[in-house]
Every structure is written in structure tokens, then in C-alpha cells.
Write a protein of this length. Structure first.
Length: 281
């Protein structure tokens, strides 16, 4: 962390500390450095942030689209479609709503700027986003590479949670490396001046912690409501299948084919009165 951020971190309460280590200017610069490096390789990148405040700030600062619980369905579909099929859209920011029920096999890079403490389940879900089967052309292009970065502010509580998640990766047979000082590079365009960093610190300190917590809770709630709707639809379909006559449910589940009998192919083609022959000239 920068000296100014770390000074505030040491005297802040735990909830404010979390915002400070997520909004660490060096983390923002590292995120940009990794993003630009992988975009230059034509990789597809998903950047995860549990904090809605951080998600919006990072995405606007780096000028990339973002999705969270409050994003309308039509807008989600548009962003996901652009990410999948538009070669110029290489990076999207996603809140914890992306932990479940999204299928983006095009993604080959995950950058995690904040997570749910030491949650192993979340780590597995996010890792799974880049381990989906790829198309052959994409697999050849990326040489089967997949990258998972978890950005951690040094000498903070975030390191403790990160160690728990790293232990999960080790137990699953994955290796990892600790990379340091990735916040310096010629391509970095954000947080380059002391004034920018101090302005960000002032904004973080001015934010009402309770409102940030409510925003994150609303993000959870909106996704839970979406999941409940899907569950209700599935349950209703199951009830309809149960109410159907015996054997109807299994029949309905099979593709329906129609068969024509008693009619020749010539009649179907309208050629029953046509004679075909060949001549040598």
C-alpha cells in the first residue's frame, strides 16, 4: 500500500480497513498492468470484485464495462455477448454475481481484486470460469494457458484470507507463485501522481461504511432473488410434469418426430408424372 493509505489503515476500524486495502492505489495500478499485458495477448479477462464500490470505481477508472446485481438483464446480456463475440471487448468487471450461473468459456484470465474473506467455495467457482472447455481455435491461440491472479495488499488482514484460499489451491493440486511490485510499468496510466492517490484516499475516507455494506448486501439479495425465480420456474415445470398423464412427461421430454406413410418420395417432391432419362451426345 502507499504510505498514506497504510497510515490510515493502521488506525481504522476493520470495516474501513477492508475498503482501504481493496482501494489501495498500488492494487489499482497492478490490476491495470496485468489487464493491459493480457489484452495485448488477445486474452479474454474477467476481473472480479466483491465490493460494489470498488467494482464501479475500478471499471470507470479503466474504462471497461461492469456487471453487478443492479445491472438490468438486457444490459447483462449485451455485455456478455460483446465479451464473447466482439474481439475488441477483452475485459469485463463482474461482482460476486458472476460466481454462479454464467458460462463464458472464452475467458482465459481471472484477476481478483477482492474476495469473500477466505472462502474456498468462491475460489473454486472463480477458478472454474477459466477451466471450461475451449473451442479448438481458441485453445490453439492461447496455447491452453489459463491465468488466475489474486491481488493482495501486503501487511494487511487481506494476506491472512489470501493464505487460506491459497491452501485450497494447493490441496487441489494447483501451484502458485507470489509476484511482487507489478504496480510499475510504462503502460500504466492511472494513479501516477501523488495528488491522484490523495484524492482517492479522501474519497474512500468520505464514504459512509454502512452504505457500502448495504450496497454489497443488495448485490447479494438481487442475485438471490434471481436464483429464486429460476428455482421457482424449475419447480413449476416439475409440478406440471407430475400432473401430466402417465407416460406423458417422458414422451414430452423426447424430441417429437412426424412420419409420413403411404406417400412416395416422388409425390412429396411433386415429380410423380415426370420421367428422367440420360442421353449421350
Amino acid at each position: 500500500m502507499t504510505a498514506e493509505f497504510y497510515g490510515e489503515y493502521l488506525t481504522a476500524d476493520p470495516r474501513r480497513q477492508q475498503v482501504l486495502y481493496v482501494m489501495n492505489p498500488n492494487k489499482i495500478r497492478t490490476c491495470e498492468n496485468l489487464m493491459r499485458f493480457h489484452e495485448a495477448r488477445d486474452d479474454k479477462i474477467i476481473i472480479f470484485a466483491d465490493s460494489v464500490f470498488a467494482l464501479k470505481h475500478y471499471a470507470k477508472l479503466l474504462d471497461r464495462p461492469y456487471i453487478y446485481g443492479g445491472t438490468p438483464t438486457a444490459e447483462r446480456i449485451r455485455i456478455f455477448s460483446q465479451f464473447q463475440y466482439n474481439s475488441s471487448v477483452k475485459t469485463i468487471f463482474v461482482s460476486k454475481v458472476g460466481d454462479n450461473s454464467i458460462d463464458l468459456p472464452e475467458a482465459t484470465v481471472i484477476i481478483q481484486i477482492s474476495a469473500h474473506y477466505g472462502s474456498r467455495r468462491q475460489e473454486a467457482q472463480r477458478l472454474g470460469r477459466i477451466l471450461r472447455p475451449k473451442s479448438r481455435s481458441q485453445a490453439v491461440k492461447s496455447k491452453y494457458d489459463a491465468f488466475f491472479y489474486s491481488l493482495v495488499s501486503q501487511d494487511t488482514r487481506e494476506m491472512y484470507y489470501s493464505a487460506k484460499r491459497q491452501q485450497f489451491l494447493v490441496e487441489q493440486g494447483y501451484g502458485y507463485r507470489v509476484l511482487r511490485s507489478l504496480y510499475d510499468g510504462p503502460e500504466i496510466q492511472t494513479m501516477n501522481t501523488k495528488q491522484e492517490q490523495l484524492d482517492l484516499l479522501a474519497k474512500v475516507l468520505a464514504e459512509n461504511i454502512e452504505s457500502l455494506i448495504r450496497a454489497d448486501a443488495d448485490d447479494d439479495l438481487e442475485e438471490e432473488q434471481r436464483a429464486q425465480v429460476l428455482t421457482q420456474i424449475a419447480e413449476e415445470r416439475a409440478r406440471e410434469a407430475e400432473r401430466a398423464p402417465t407416460g406423458a412427461a417422458s414422451v414430452a421430454a423426447q424430441p417429437q418426430y412426424s412420419r409420413s406413410t403411404g406417400v412416395s418420395l416422388e409425390a412429396l417432391a411433386g415429380g410423380q408424372d415426370i420421367v428422367y432419362d440420360e442421353f449421350d451426345y
